[in-house]
Design a protein around this ligand. Structure first.
Ligand code: SAM
Length: 221
């Protein structure tokens, strides 16, 4: 086993399974996706540390544990159409792809989109599509999504994302102030009904855009 593969195995065991991540498909997928490919070359030796890391364009790749918690909460099934808002490095999108989801991942920084696309090509994730744009508006033309993961924090869940969630689907998003949010799991229980469950305190970079921190649109919850 290579050094990185051994570090990955230990990350799954000590950071994820030992802290309560139970879904074997999440654990297996994160045991397979090479996180070192998704961080800048100078930080590769830290790729399996228990922490977020800086990436290009002044953004971050999330801590492995929070990626696992969000994906487990979304209850992804193979073949599900999943929207990720805030593709960043592309790591979480690759984990979703490894689990067999059809992934549309939106990122506002073109440089990050280019890098994430190169990584998907390199690793063979043909079921992961990384697109540039304002993810706070979702992708109405592709909806409904079985699950929506928002990897950036906003004051409220953008209304377009709620509208694009399939009935029975889950949306996971950090909601709250700029310096601290609550990770929320929103389940669409009917055409006009949603239930929200708090999953714990988190700290994410801001969701920018029409329905983000500075551009809340009317109707957002
Ligand atoms: N999931 C990512 C990963 O695995 O590397 C980590 C995402 S990082 C914590 C949050 C990302 O959200 C940043 O790359 C930021 O540029 C992006 N972002 C913020 N607002 C956005 C928006 N409205 N649309 C698309 N991307 C956005």
């Amino acid at each position: 086993m290579t050094d990185q593969a051994e570090k990955r195995r230990r990350m799954v065991e000590s950071q994820l399974a030992a802290r309560g991540v139970r879904d074997p498909r999440v654990l297996e997928a994160m045991g397979r996706v090479p996180r070192e490919v998704f961080v800048p070359e100078s930080l590769r030796e830290y790729a399996y540390d228990d922490t977020p890391l800086p990436i290009e364009a002044g953004q971050t790749i999330s801590q492995p544990w929070i990626v696992a918690v969000m994906i487990e909460a979304a209850a992804i099934q193979p073949g599900d159409l999943v929207l990720e808002v805030g593709a960043g490095s592309g790591y979480a999108a690759a984990v979703l792809g490894e689990m067999g989801a059809e992934v549309v991942a939106i990122e506002r920084h073109e440089a990050l989109v280019r890098l994430a696309r190169e990584r998907m090509l390199l690793l063979g994730y043909r079921n992961v599509d990384v697109e540039p744009g304002d993810g706070s508006q979702g992708r109405p033309g592709l909806a409904p999504f079985a699950a929506i993961l928002v990897a950036a924090g906003g004051p409220r869940v953008p209304e377009p994302l709620l509208a694009q969630l399939a009935v029975g689907g889950h949306l996971i998003m950090p909601v709250g102030e700029a310096d601290e949010q609550v990770l929320c799991k929103v389940t669409r229980t009917g055409a006009d009904s949603y239930e929200t469950q708090p999953l714990g305190a988190v700290r994410f970079v801001p969701l920018i855009g029409a329905h983000g921190r500075d551009g809340a649109g009317p109707g957002d919850l």
